[in-house]
Design a protein around this ligand. Structure first.
Ligand code: PLP
Length: 377
């Protein structure tokens, strides 16, 4: 191959998403396969959203609104902002890329939590900038260390709250204190992809922080609690100048027509979001309790997934996810997420969670042995 690629690619490993159900079914010749690997919501979109999508199919010969105007207006109303303070992306992941492209130059630094959502690091490297990784402490953002990691070269700082893959949550009041300490020429990205699952008291998230600081962007998504992962729609609240910059970086029709429409419809049913939050919390608690009965430690989660200790089973920890896969359970191997010795398990339906627990139990050797507290993440 005579084509040469940009040098940054050499330093990047491929993103490994959770395997598709069909592929696992075929590979292992299984009838039942349960996917608890991508932190999707286990139930379909709201019925009204489904109907709105079906009704729109006959208009798919047209491009979508390139400015996602209706959705941006609905979000602006919900959050009491102007539409010029709302950006919409093909998933919030696209917005992470666009923000980085808008602010990072070669040689700049981005302060990132580690382990966390890997696209922050990918796009930093792609921009030729340096990821400055700040290790979590007790599986949680070390906000003090993040503040101290900021240098004159820092152009971007990311907080993921709740954090993926640990599920831990830091109170917005602590994030506010961090933001006060960060120079206002550093873009602070607060990724709240899982905020709707938070049941801790201060679940309003970082909206007030964003309102008070022009250099702060809050990212949210329709992929999780709204059950719309397949339509790739996320959004951000930001200063008008940030939105304008992203409008220059993005491709013209970045958000697909069905995603815009489904997201706009989904916003009309906040009570359903609340129901889903409660159902998720119930199942999350139940999953953690059942794992504790099996002698498995978990990291306290405010999201729709739980990090579980997988050491001391009948197969070595780095083979556990493969063993579960062979039994029809897809979970994420912590070894690929920066959490060796742990697996990340999405809160699925009750039946899916029970299926996982049943299969995990077959790998137990010594039911009494809990894992070592505080092992590396
Ligand atoms: C922390 C975090 N941010 C963003 C995303 C991406 O969400 P979207 O589907 O909106 O791109 C994910 C998806 O798993 C995530 O875990």
């Amino acid at each position: 191959m005579a084509v040469t690629f940009v040098p940054a690619l050499a330093g990047l490993e491929l993103y490994r998403p959770g395997l598709p159900i069909e592929e696992v079914r075929r590979t292992y010749g299984l009838e039942r396969v349960v996917k608890l690997a991508s932190n999707e919501f286990p139930l379909p979109p709201f019925p009204e959203v489904r109907q709105a999508v079906l009704d729109a199919v006959d208009g798919l010969q047209r491009y979508p609104d390139g400015h996602s105007s209706v959705l941006r207006e609905a979000l602006a109303e919900l959050y009491d902002r102007g539409p010029d303070q709302v950006v919409v992306g093909s998933g919030s992941c696209e917005l992470v890329y666009l923000l980085a492209l808008a602010v990072l130059r070669p040689g700049d630094q981005a302060v990132l939590p580690a382990p966390s959502f890997s696209p922050y690091r990918y796009v930093t490297v792609l921009c030729g900038a340096e990821p400055v990784k700040v290790r979590l402490r007790d599986h949680t953002h070390d906000l003090e260390a993040m503040a101290q990691a900021v240098t004159p070269r820092t152009r971007m700082l990311v907080v993921c709250n709740p954090n993926n893959p640990t599920g831990t949550h830091v109170p917005p009041s602590e994030i506010a204190r961090l933001v006060e300490r960060v120079p206002d020429d550093v873009l602070v990205v607060i990724d709240e992809a899982y905020v709707e699952f938070v049941t801790a008291d201060d679940r309003e998230g970082s909206l007030d922080i964003q309102r008070a600081h022009e250099n702060v962007v809050v990212l949210r998504t329709f992929s999780k609690i709204y059950g719309l992962s397949g339509l790739r729609t996320g959004y951000g609240l930001c200063a008008p100048e940030v939105r304008e910059a992203l409008d220059k970086v993005r491709q013209p029709f970045n958000v697909n027509l069905l995603g815009q429409l489904a997201a706009t419809e989904a916003l009309k049913y906040p009570h359903r979001v609340a129901e889903r939050r409660e159902a998720n919390a119930r199942l999350r608690d139940r999953l953690a309790a059942r794992l504790a009965e099996l002698g498995r430690a978990t990291v306290p989660s405010q999201a729709n997934f739980v990090l579980v200790d997988i050491e001391g089973l009948s197969v070595p920890q780095d083979r556990v996810c493969e063993a579960l896969l062979a039994m029809g359970v897809i979970v994420r191997d912590g070894n690929t997420l920066g959490c060796p010795g742990w697996a990340r398990v999405t809160v699925g339906t009750e039946e899916e969670v029970d299926f996982f627990l049943e299969k995990l139990a077959t790998l137990e050797v010594d039911r009494g042995s809990a894992c070592t507290a505080g092992k590396g993440d």
